[in-house]
Design a binder for this molecule. Sequence first.
Ligand SMILES: [Zn+2]
Length: 88
Amino acid sequence: MQKTTNKTPFLPKMYCSIFGHDYQVTKKVTYYVKEYTCSHCKKQLTTNSNGNLIELTPKFKEINAILERIHEKRIQRSKMKTITSSIY
Ligand SMILES: [Zn+2]
């Protein structure tokens, strides 16, 4: 039995070690913090508070989820402000 697949002959990780990771933004947490995933090996990165890219560990996922919630609230509040300021 031979399977016909269109997959690259490289293992994703091997591909990345040769050509480098191909990170794509998968999530915008705040204006400054984003989450990235490598399209080949699915390695995930995030921006930390210093603006450096670091590996997205479960702990950072948790932090980002909290940041996201705060960020959303802030946007909603600023929207409310513009609405009320346009009324008065
Ligand atoms: Zn990769």
